[in-house]
Design a protein around this ligand. Structure first.
Ligand code: ATP
Length: 239
């Protein structure tokens, strides 16, 4: 990775009381890259994303985003700098309409005309959200809620999209649709850091991947190379 990364995470540690969830995780996301973080339950994937997006504080290490040190910044300070996090469980508001949820994604923006244009772009990416724009978000299917979470994150115009388990609880076909759209979003210039249980899907889509085990990066490489590695196949692809 011989370029200045958009995101550089260097040796971050995270503790929950006496539990050490991250023991010094380092990774980079290049401009325009899609990077996958895979690993078993409890390996520290979610903690890594939460530390990057300022939702929790790392007890050691350094995070740089867009060439600036963002280690001690909070989530609300990172959104205007171009980072959007679609969290585990999606974090949508079930009692607001689809449209209201989307508008919340753009809450920091004042460029009304461009917001409207981005809204239309999102509706092109996810036509079902347009059909359901006046429906309460809580009445959407799991897949539609995931699409809404991604669309809402995109409305902050992020340079980097952080995504936690977009495939969780979704049928394979729905997951496939979401990943196809993610690849389109990425091709349009949004960098993506993706946490996924589904290692096959994630590594197939990602330029680069990291394997986490008990709070440490144990393997890293181009997505396709990791997919072909015997160790990854045995441990994460059930072969
Ligand atoms: P999952 O796929 O289950 O989300 P993960 O790889 O994302 O797993 P984390 O959620 O980051 O892993 O958890 C890493 C470790 O930290 C685990 O041992 C977990 O039990 C622990 N942990 C996570 N959140 C908390 C918390 N709020 N309080 C205490 N321990 C926690």
């Amino acid at each position: 990775q011989a370029f200045t990364p958009l995101l550089a995470v260097d040796g971050i540690k995270v503790h929950y009381g006496a539990i050490q969830a991250l023991k010094g995780v380092s990774l980079t996301v290049g401009m325009g890259e899609m990077v996958a973080l895979i690993g078993a339950n409890g390996a520290g994937k979610t903690s890594t994303l939460r530390a990057v997006s300022g939702m929790l504080k790392a007890s050691a290490g350094r995070i740089q985003f867009g060439g600036q040190d963002t280690t001690s910044l909070k989530a609300h300070q990172l959104v205007p700098r171009g980072m959007a996090h679609a969290p585990e469980g999606r974090g949508i508001f079930p009692n607001l309409t689809v449209m209201e949820n989307l508008e919340l994604g753009a809450y920091l923006r004042r460029d009304t005309a461009e917001i409207r244009a981005d809204m239309e772009k999102n509706f092109t990416l996810f036509p079902v959200l347009k059909e359901r724009r006046n429906q309460m978000a809580g009445t959407l299917s799991g897949g539609e809620q995931q699409m809404l979470a991604i669309a809402r994150a995109l409305l902050s115009r992020p340079q980097l999209l952080l995504l936690d388990e977009p495939s969780l609880g979704l049928a394979p076909q729905v997951t496939e649709t979401i990943f196809r759209t993610l690849r389109d979003v990425n091709k349009a210039g949004v960098s993506v850091l993706l946490v996924e249980q589904n290692a096959h899907l994630a590594l197939n889509s990602a330029h680069y991947g990291y394997v986490l085990e008990t709070g440490e990066v144990v393997m890293a490489g181009p997505g396709k190379a990791l997919l072909e590695s015997a160790e990854v196949r045995r441990a994460y692809l059930g072969e």
